[in-house]
Write a protein that binds this ligand. Sequence first.
Ligand code: MG
Length: 417
Amino acid sequence: MRSLETAAATDKGRVRSRNEDAYWVGECAFGVADGMGGHLAGDVASATALLPVQALDGKVFPDAPSAQAALLDAILAANAAVVRKAANEPSLYGMGTTLTATLVEGRRLHVAHVGDSRAYLLRDDTFTQLTRDHTLVAHLIEEGQITKEEAAVHPQRSIITRAIGVDVDLDVDTLTIELQDEDQILLCSDGLTNPLSDEEIRGVLTAGLDAQGAAQRLVDLANDHGGPDNITVVLIRYHEDGARNGQVRTMLIRPDDSQRVAQGDWAESLGRMGKLTPGGGRPTDFDESRQGRLARRLVIAVAVAVVVLALFTAGGWWLLSRSFFVGLDGDVVTIYRGVPAAVGPVELSWVAEHTGLEASELPPWFVTRLREGIAAADLADARKIAQSAPRREPSADASPPADSSPADGIPGATPLQ
Ligand code: MG
C-alpha cells in the first residue's frame, strides 16, 4: 500500500511586511505560488493560481498522460484566471505569480512549473532540482555569461522571465517521474533557496525529523539566514508500505501567516484585510519592497560608478556596447546599447534600433518597466523581449473565455471591491 506523508510551513520572513506566498496541500495535488504586485495584488495572484490545482484533488485519472494533461490544464486555467482578474481590476494590473505544482498519480509524480519557485527530489542521498528557474540570471548562467556565484549577487537576480498572469500565452515546463519508496519531494519559494544552499536543505531533509518538523526547520533556517523574502515549503514523503500513515492536510494558507483559512474562504479573508486601491500594478519583479528598491538603486549607483571608471580606464565604451536593454524613445519601444543611466549630462546608452511598437499598445505596468529599462542578455534577447511584450487588452472581448477557469466557480474568484 502506498501513502503520502505531507507537511507545509510558511513565513513572511524577516524583511517583508506581508506574505504574498501561498500553498496548497491536498490528497494528491500540491502547489507553491509566490505572488507579486502592489498592495494586495500579489496575494490575490498566488491564491487565484492555486485554485485550479486545488480542484485536481480527489479526481481519478485512467493513465499518466491524462493526469499530466489535467495538471497542465490547471496551470493554464490558473494563468487565464490571473490574467482576467488583472485586466478587469485596475488595482491588480501587473500582478503575477510563480506556480510550481505537482500531482501524485499512483507511483508517478507529475510536475508543472512556471517561474522561480522550485521542485526538488531527494532520493537516497541524492538531492536533485527537478525544475529550471525561469529567471534572467538562470538564462545568463545557461549561456555561460555569468557563474552561479555571480548570479547570487546579480542586481537583476529577482527578474523572472516567465510568470502566471503576465500574458494569455504561457509556456509551462512539465515533467513526470516514477516514484520510489522513501522519496521526498520538496516544493518551495525562492525565499528558501536564495538564503540556503542545496546542501543545507538536503541536510535538514536527511536529519531524521518528521515531515512537519523538517518543513518548519527549513523555514526557521531561512530566517536564521536573514529571511530576506517570504518563505514557503511543501514537503511530500512517498512510502510504498504505508506503515507510516500519511497525514493528509487540506489547507490553503493565506498571506498573513497567522491566518489559516479553510479552502474557499480566502477571498472573504482578503476582503477583511482592506480595500484594494488603484495603481498597485507592479512589474514582473519580485524585489518590490522599499528595501529592495533602495538596494537596487544603490547597486545601480555602484554599477554606474564602476562603469564610469571602466570608461576612463579600459575602453569602457566597448563594455557598454556589449550591454543591451529595452526602453522607450519618446513613445516608441526601443532597443538601446549601454545601461539605463547617466553620469551628469552623459547618457550611458544610445539607440541600437527602434522596434516600431508604440507604448500606447502596451499595458501601463509594462510601460513603467520600459521607462526604467529592461536588461537583455544580448541584441537577440532584447528583440525577443520587445516581440513578446504583453499587449494592452483592447476590450473585455479579448479576455479569455469565461469557462476557461475552474476558479470562477469558487467564491474566491469574485473580484474584490
Ligand atoms: Mg519570493
